[in-house]
Design a protein around this ligand. Structure first.
Ligand code: SAM
Ligand code: SF4
Ligand code: SF4
Length: 347
């Protein structure tokens, strides 16, 4: 049998390959997390994208297919809340049929707040979803309400997690953004709750994404402090990364209670091997989570640009990429103006 020839990867200006595509499928959400879509900005009067402005699934697939041809192996659906996008299972099904340049099926992942997951987990699994991350910032109902700016019950998210486990969506990861003064008292309860289960609990440093969350460095609880508080209660040992570019640092409980992760996006930047491209809900490509402008693909898509030209356009965008915002953050005295909101670009 002849060996498959894998083309050399497309590299950006800092010699990083394109491997991951994040797709925001809606800019809307049923929660108002203080660090992402604070109520004061995203109130009743906030104007979300019109339906016609959203990329249609067929358009998303065309972009995804070209990105896959350029090296993407993993596609993550995000938002806003991806489970609010009608027919999302159909998009998962279409994406799961794509084959990466190495001949393997493309991995299709999703990040969700879990509130609508209980009813959808099995359909998502059947549609071909391979990985799922559920965001959960607190177990305590009052802290959860404060963190998410909503009346949604924690129980709905826990039911969603249980349904995902029952559907065989493993390994399931649960992510908590830790913000000082909001939920740092939930680190230990969350760690304890998911010990000795097959769920990997991960803690994320609060980042200065967008312009509306009023980010201050003082509000960041560092990965080091998070680990220290868990280690004091449940001793940990470091695990090796599973692949280059893995954003989470992995740790195991010494007593065999399973694995946790910390994502130190602020205190320990990982731009040097960042391989992610982002597609916004309305069809703009962003080469960094902290970019202040995107590259419009919707216009060429709707003007009849063919696949070869579309692929060449995306390749040029990737080749010109020099972003390394988190690495530069420390050197900057002030944040850059006009950054894009996470709910629009997809976390
Ligand atoms: N609504 C879905 C959810 O919450 O999982 C998907 C979209 S959300 C923007 C994706 C991820 O970004 C979530 O895990 C969320 O906690 C994280 N996130 C949002 N704003 C953040 C911030 N300022 N710092 C760190 N993580 C953030
Ligand atoms: Fe919604 Fe997710 Fe942002 Fe929270 S983090 S407001 S759940 S999009
Ligand atoms: Fe990637 Fe930009 Fe984040 Fe650096 S700051 S890891 S380049 S998304």
């Amino acid at each position: 049998m002849s060996e498959r020839v894998v083309p050399s990867p497309h590299l950006d200006a800092l010699r990083r390959p394109l491997r991951d595509l994040r797709i925001s499928v809606t800019d809307r959400c049923n929660l108002r997390c203080t660090y992402c879509m604070p109520q004061e900005t995203f109130g009743r009067d906030f104007i979300f994208l019109r339906h016609d402005d959203l990329l249609r699934f067929e358009e998303v697939i065309r972009v995804a297919r070209q990105c896959v041809a350029l090296g993407v192996r993993k596609i993550r659906l995000s938002g806003g809340e991806p489970l609010l996008r009608r027919g999302i299972e159909r998009l998962v099904e279409m994406l799961a049929k794509l084959t990466a340049v190495d001949g393997r099926p493309v991995e299709v992942a999703m990040t969700t707040n879990g509130t609508l997951l209980a009813k959808k987990a099995q359909t998502l699994k059947d549609a071909g979803l391979t990985r799922l991350n559920v965001s959960l910032d607190a177990l305590d109902g009052e802290v959860f309400r404060r963190a998410t700016g909503s009346a949604a019950p924690v129980a709905a998210v826990l039911e969603g997690i249980a349904a995902a486990q029952a559907a065989g969506l493993a390994p399931l990861k649960v992510n908590a953004v830790v913000k000082r003064g909001i939920n740092e008292d939930q680190i230990l309860p969350l760690a304890a709750h998911f010990r000795h289960t097959d769920v990997i609990m991960r803690f994320i440093e609060y980042m200065d994404v967008g312009e509306s969350n009023g980010w201050r460095l003082d509000d960041v609880v560092t990965a080091r402090d998070i680990l220290a508080s868990i280690h004091a209660q449940y001793p940990l040992r470091a695990l090796d990364p599973q692949y280059p570019g893995e954003v989470a640092q992995r740790w195991a409980y010494v007593d065999g209670g399973g694995e946790i992760g910390v994502i130190a996006s602020v205190s320990h930047a990982f731009c040097h091997d960042c391989s992610r491209l982002r597609l916004s809900t309305d069809g703009k490509l962003y080469t960094c989570l902290f970019a202040n402008a995107g590259h419009d693909l919707r216009t060429p898509l709707r003007n009849g640009e063919d696949d070869d030209a579309l692929r060449a356009r995306i390749a040029r965008i990737w080749q010109g990429r020099e972003d390394r915002y988190s690495q530069l953050r420390h050197a900057m005295t002030e944040g850059c103006a006009g950054k894009i909101e996470m709910s629009y670009i997809g976390g």
